[in-house]
Design a protein around this ligand. Structure first.
Ligand SMILES: Cc1ncc(COP(=O)(O)O)c(C=O)c1O
Length: 724
């Protein structure tokens, strides 16, 4: 500790002037703090640059080829991956401005948080998946083609499913459903897809499900009923007889190959799903007896999501390929191997097979491993190569969706001035302290002056504990307790033992928007989407809006307990932190599973959504769809409340009380109430007006709620919307 060590520790200086009279030097940072290490290391590299931010946040690792940092220090989207031309890059910050600026400033007036969907990226993922298999097939002389399906459970959003069907049509790309509503949506979307595309019907089935799947065949949809359990066969046989529709049947095999990561619980002999070898044999024999062995055409398995390595993949595929060949030998009309999902993505950019956050292979290597394993098994057994199908979900839709949210405040690192808390000087402070606490205080000051860190911490702890006890006994006043806390914080700052990590409060619910982060410890890349040309000088953790201590992010990719962030404060309108006003962060690679799994904890509903495509106009992008997130009324309604009645009851109450107090009009009150029902549950962050008028090249605002930005929420307008 600088400057103070010359004082005799046993005899603290008169008045214990530590910080009370401002004689301490400015607080330093803890030199050994792990979380500050990266920013400290980068401190000597000057000046800062967007490239350094890309390295710090590992953007080239997890983000390539779709995300990069542009010269302005903003995240840029590369909609066509590696073949994106520089002028085609989309500045994410411009999209956020366009979406959130008030309409009067040329924006769409949407509230954050915001999901930015990038259909161009989705198309690129689909085409890359197809061409990886196509290339592996051509280069190995494999004798059949690949046609994948998208498991709609990854994200059932109508526009995503429709995009997959449209983009996948030239490749016979189909859909997979795991429940009756998923089957209904898959049927209706595939009616506009390739007639050869598979409609894979997975999941547990009752008669109604089976009947729907059979009906799909009469609509010329290529529906396959995959048996998850042996008992389902009876339902399939009976329903098909009753309806007079012959089924195409698949079997889901319970493989012995087991993937050991979190997602591997689906696989192995004890896995939840599929038929064991004995069940498979039994189904084949039953179908033979019924003269329906020609209906059995597909073998399916699913090793689990995020398969870590091609070694494990090849092992599983090989086991399945042998089952396939055996079924062919038994007389089934086998045509297709469906290798399920599990094609992983690299959330942390480490390209390693050691955790669920990454995978140690590329798309091409995945496809190659599948083709090789099937080809080898079939060639050995002299069986014709089957059509290859995969149910890759995560790998298809994760990248195309970015969740943008705003940090609205941060905890201050500055210690409370004890004199200010007390409203008096040190003499009064000492007089009121109980004797033993006074002893701890003296010891603490002495240890601090001697720069004895460990001793200081012990005395600090003792002093605090005793003062709390005295407070609970009613002996010590609240001013003294606050002064003790402030003093201890000052000393901790001085000896370098203060926690340098700040908490950034974000306008988001992790439970709603990143459920896997909370539920299974899944990490997603989280990065500021602007100011990346500036050095991040703070380490921060994120705390969400929910009244729940789990609603925080203090684990980040790369094993970091905190995130390098930019200093908060000083932005436009007194909030935020940058020249653009707010401080915006992006959660990337969250396009799969998060939206469907997210709940309504604290009644925070889903984010607003914009669909953004690349455009050759002057702004590089076009917003083709914009939907405001669910309002307070919407989320209340989903819990069986009736916002219309609630509004009426509260308004009546206001009229009654207005009448009691002299008949004042409740109009402004009713408008405020209507506005509350009408807006999203998230914080309405002030200072958004006066945007820079950035615009996109064209826009088609479809669906959702339009939000006025001039405060003209009239009661009748609210009621009209509700009744619509
Ligand atoms: C049967 C089945 N198919 C496909 C998938 C999609 O897996 P992924 O998203 O890992 O590709 C899953 C996911 O759990 C599944 O259970």
């Amino acid at each position: 500790m600088p400057a103070l060590a010359c004082v005799d520790a046993a005899v603290p200086p008169p008045g214990y002037g530590l910080a009370w009279d401002g004689c301490l030097p400015a607080p330093g940072t803890f030199p050994g703090g792990a979380s500050t290490a990266v920013t400290a290391d980068l401190e000597h590299l000057s000046p800062w640059s967007p490239d350094l931010s890309a390295a710090l946040y590992k953007i080239d690792g997890w983000g390539a080829p779709y995300f990069t940092v542009n010269a302005a220090g903003n995240i840029a989207v590369r909609p066509y991956g590696p073949v994106t031309l520089p002028h085609q890059e989309i500045d994410l910050m411009k999209v956020v401005r366009k979406a959130s600026d008030p309409k009067s400033a040329g924006g769409l007036g949407l509230q954050l948080p915001l999901i930015v969907r990038l259909p161009d990226v989705l198309r690129h993922r689909l085409e890359s998946l197809h061409s990886a298999f196509d290339f592996a097939i051509r280069s190995s002389g494999y004798g059949a083609h690949y046609q994948g399906v998208y498991p709609v459970k990854c994200n059932q959003d109508r526009f995503i499913v429709e995009d997959v069907v449209e983009f996948g049509s030239p490749f016979r790309f189909g859909l997979e459903a795991g429940s009756k509503p998923e089957l209904l949506l898959a049927m209706s979307c595939l009616a506009r897809g390739s007639p050869e595309a598979f409609l894979i019907c997975n999941g547990y089935k009752d008669e109604e499900y089976v009947a729907l799947a059979l009906l799909a065949r009469t609509l010329d949809l290529n529906a396959v009923i995959v048996l998850e359990q042996e008992e389902e066969l009876d339902t399939v046989v009976e329903t098909s007889r009753r309806l007079g529709i012959r089924p195409v049947i698949g079997l889901r095999a319970k493989l012995r190959t087991r993937h050991s990561g979190h997602f591997g619980s689906t696989s192995g002999e004890k896995g939840k799903f599929g038929l064991t070898t004995a069940h498979i044999l039994s189904v084949a024999r039953k179908l033979q007896r019924l003269e329906m062995l020609d209906c059995l055409q597909i073998l399916h398995f699913h090793l689990g999501s995020q398969i870590p390595s091609t070694t494990l993949l090849a092992d599983g595929v090989s086991e399945a390929a042998h089952i396939y060949c055996e079924l062919a030998r038994l007389g089934a009309a086998m045509r297709v191997i469906d290798v399920g999902g599990g094609l992983g993505i690299d959330y942390d950019g480490s390209h390693s097979s050691g955790s669920d956050m990454s995978v140690g292979y590329s798309l091409d290597e995945y496809a190659d491993a599948v083709i090789q394993a099937v080809q080898y098994a079939c060639d050995r057994k002299g069986v014709r190569h089957p059509i290859l199908c995969s149910e890759s979900g995560r790998a298809l839709v994760s990248h195309h969706s970015v969740l943008v949210f705003e940090a609205v405040s941060s905890t201050t690192a500055a210690a409370v001035d004890p004199a200010a808390a007390l409203g008096a000087g040190p003499a009064y402070f000492l007089d009121e302290l109980p004797d033993d606490a006074r002893g701890d205080y003296r010891d603490l000051i002495a240890a601090a002056f001697q720069a004895e860190c460990d001793k200081s911490l012990i005395y600090m702890d003792q002093l605090k504990r005793k003062c709390v006890e005295q407070f609970k006994d009613g002996v010590l006043g609240i001013e003294h307790l606050a002064a003790v806390d402030g003093l201890c914080e000052l000393v901790a700052n001085e000896i370098g033992a203060a926690n340098p990590v700040k908490t950034y409060h974000v306008n988001l619910s992790f439970f709603t928007s990143m459920p896997d982060f909370w539920a299974i410890g899944q990490l997603f890349p989280i990065v500021p989407i602007h100011r990346l040309d500036q050095r991040p000088r703070v380490e921060g953790v994120l705390s969400d809006l929910t009244c729940d201590s789990d609603g925080k992010a203090d684990r980040f990719i790369g094993g970091r307990p905190s995130l390098p962030l930019h200093e908060f404060g000083g932005g436009r309108g007194g909030r935020g932190s940058g020249k653009e006003g707010g401080y915006y962060l992006g959660m990337f690679m969250g396009g799969a599973y998060q939206e469907a799994l997210g709940g309504l904890h604290n009644l925070f509903g889903g984010p607003s959504v914009v669909r953004v495509t690349q455009s050759d106009g002057p702004h590089c992008f076009a917003v083709t769809q914009a939907v405001q997130g669910p309002s307070c009324a919407d989320v209340l309604r989903s819990m069986q409340h009736e916002p219309e009645l609630m509004f009426e009851a509260l308004k009546m109450r206001a009229e009654e009380s207005g009448a009691r107090e002299g008949g004042g009009t409740p109009e402004p009150w009713a408008t405020a109430l209507a506005r509350a029902f009408h807006s999203m549950p998230y914080l309405v962050v002030g200072g958004d007006s006066g945007g820079d008028g950035m615009s996109s090249d064209s826009e088609v605002s479809a669906g959702g709620t339009e939000v006025g930005d001039d405060g003209s929420y009239e009661e009748w307008e609210f009621m009209r919307r509700l009744s619509m």
